[in-house]
Design a protein. Structure first.
Length: 86
């Protein structure tokens, strides 16, 4: 499973939706994911991809990880994985 589909599956599970109901331009808020769901999503992503996401739930706007859309989360994970592989 590629990064995009895996992220969509994780987010869909947190939002109690089917993966086909999650688009790349969806925001977590539009999917009904609250701050607790966001933290749980981040943990699930970290575990699934064996990465550490630089995200501070107490100051999300100060974090070096864009969670504004599903696409930005996918891009951030791909960047982290590339940095980890380097």
């Amino acid at each position: 499973m590629d990064v995009k589909n895996q992220v969509i599956a994780i987010i869909a599970e947190q939002a109690l939706l089917e993966p086909q109901d999650v688009s790349m331009d969806s925001t977590l808020a539009s999917l009904g994911i609250d701050s607790l769901g966001l933290v749980e999503s981040i943990f699930a992503i970290e575990e699934a991809f064996n990465i550490t996401v630089p995200f501070n739930a107490n100051a999300p706007r100060e974090s070096d990880f864009d969670i504004s859309t599903v696409a930005s989360i996918v891009a951030g994970i791909e960047r982290l994985r590339a940095e980890q592989a380097a």
